[in-house]
Design a protein around this ligand. Sequence first.
Ligand SMILES: *Cc1c(COP(=O)(O)O)cnc(C)c1O
Length: 399
Amino acid sequence: MDISFILNELGEDRENYFNAVAPPIVQTTNFAFNTVSELRDAMSDEFDSNIYSRGQNPTVNILRKKLAALDGAEDALLFNSGVGAISIAVLSLLKAGDHAISVKSPYSWTNKLFDKILPKFGISTSFVDGTDFKNFEQAILSNTRLIFLESPNTYNYQLQDLKKIAAIAQSRNIITIIDNSYCTPLFQQPIKMGIDVVAQSATKYIGGHSDVVGGVLTGSRAMIKRIFENEFMSMGTTLSPNSAWLLLRGLRTLPLRLNRSFESAKLITSWLNQHEAVEKVIWPFSPDFEQAALAAEQMQGCGGLFSIILKDSSFEKIESFCNNLQHILIAVSWGGHESLVIPAIASMKKEDYCADNKQHQLIRLYVGLEDPTYLVTDLSKALNKISSGTKLLSSELTE
Ligand SMILES: *Cc1c(COP(=O)(O)O)cnc(C)c1O
């Protein structure tokens, strides 16, 4: 299906609402029926009926169709957050006594789910280094039911070989889930590579304006329906019609925003790579990235999120570099219009900082929609304030 068709037309029954180009926010909790028998029919198939907005809602359903189509999936389910989507999918697919395999260091709250919450229900998880697909095969036990992936990771950018891992899982009847927030379906299509369920934090690139929290799952109709009729309806992690409308508006410009972020990150990472104060830039589409070949094979583009390590990685230098930035904001999250910075030391006390631990040294940058020269000027000033010697000017930004 054409991406322009999906983003501009699919799912929009404009004749039902005055041919309005922007869809209405159907801000209602419940839907009325003419007869008890009509209500009974609807209740026998709540997955495809508008009865109550904790289940389905017409504004949310427009988004449902578009996000399923973007992923090349049969169906989609929207949630009030990205971790809500991940947690409900995982809870739905596992029961007491089951074993899961997760890539090491997934998103922090996903990690907590596997590491702390699932053990309460008798579910164990093995965390594996995802850079070698054989590690997944080796970790499989007789009770393994689920493999959880996040590729690329959003702190160390490590990739997993999606095709190879999907093939291993399929041959053992193990379900695969991936957190595809970094790439979005425009840059990576896991279902086409054999992955069963795709999760995304819609808060990031889908929304794109830093004003709405949401999540999405896509997969086969049978799988999505099963999750909807059980954990989704019981846990009540539904997306509001208002939030759905904001995500729909975000989707209209997704290709423009994603490409801008990608192109700017390309320029800025290569500029940073040449800067004398910078030791290393970690971004999957950098020529020196360790898994560059796999990135080129399974991703069509790259998000604007990357990390750097400074040559002088003292706690104070990292902190003052971040504080010196005037336009790049110090904040969590990413995927919006605004560029951001967050150092690993933001989540640790000074006495816990280990100067030769690369994970501690990471400074994560997100490149938003600003002019890349404007961002380079900001980075340049902040770097020059913490380093002496020859200075690289923003005018030296080259392609
Ligand atoms: C932000 C994020 C999440 C969580 O999404 P929320 O919408 O904040 O719940 C999950 N995975 C990744 C990779 C993220 O960046």
